[in-house]
Ligand binder design. Sequence first.
Ligand code: PLP
Length: 387
Amino acid sequence: MNTFELDQNYIANTYARFPVEIVSGKGSIATDSDGKEYIDLGTGIAVNTFGYCDEEWTAAVTEQLGHFQHTSNLYYSAPSARLAHELCLRTGMKKVFFCNSGAEANECAIKAARKYGTEKKGKDAYGILTLCNSFHGRTITTLSATGQDSFHQLFTPMTPGFVHAPANDLGAVERIAKEMPLAAIMFEVVQGEGGVNPLTSEFVAGLVKLAKEKDILLIADEVQCGNGRTGELYGYMNFGMTPDIVTTAKGLGGGLPIGACMLGEKVESIFAPGDNGSTFGANPAVCAGALNIISRLDAAMLEGVRERSKLIFDTLQGKKGIVSVTGMGLMIGVETERPASDVIAACREKGVLVIKAKNKVRLLPALNIPMEQLKTALGILLAAAQE
Ligand SMILES: *Cc1c(COP(=O)(O)O)cnc(C)c1O
């Protein structure tokens, strides 16, 4: 059996895959099993921050693999300690819990918020408000947090304690905060799976004010929009605010699984030994790679993200076949007149990999994609939208 047949026979049927088998990659170029090359504008859903097989990142990971690949969290190890230090220096957060995925990072944030709310405000103050169209993960609790009913239907009962309000509707958030004691409000500053929609700065400012008045924690889910993707190190930095908790994953590891829940001043001491844990969390090889990624997201790199972003907006916005372009930095949603799936298939045919978010074509290229490759890919995308 070939890979397609093996996969279809033996892998659980949870993914509608595109008919492409990736066998290798270098930078922003992926190669499939027929030897066809693609410019990859999806980066494994915002994971391969510097593309495939980035040399510095590979060296950092393999060097650590030569020392030891894993130990338990019963012992100290340098890579996670150094990564936590770097993350706190760059964000002002105080402590970091490491895990393996975005969903787990959000689970940790939810545990922190529940403990904080019930300790500070009483046993009923466990509610967490999230936004409609949000996406926070696939575990039962992070699905409960996810403000999209379609994800819930098959898996009820959901975890209690979550309420949803429409994004950018401050009045709705305020009404809910009046009706029930909230421990936290959790949000993506740019909703990814929900269609690449940024929150408005007025709405974010309103959340900050409300949170301050009512001692509600603000949790920024930066799983997708973090780690340089929006042109700032973390997406919230575009909004001139500081959350109490920041969760991230995807691009942090540059291609290996890691999640992080960063705890700000209010919650830095919320956890005691035994309150949370993860066998693989803080894996040294993964953390060595992540430290390499974060250290390279400096001012020049972020400026490069904003330049590439401008090129994308300038190339696509207002063009025939393009309805709208939304997003920030290198996290962009393109609504096309043709159905997004047709545009995605046409792009693939012509050697460009893009993905979908709701009814939009979603672009999440490597932060260092060469300008020429980006231009070529955008030309192909535009032509596909106009077919
Ligand atoms: C992908 C994503 C998650 C879930 O991350 P996993 O690593 O798949 O568990 C959570 N929140 C947001 C905003 C995401 O984009």
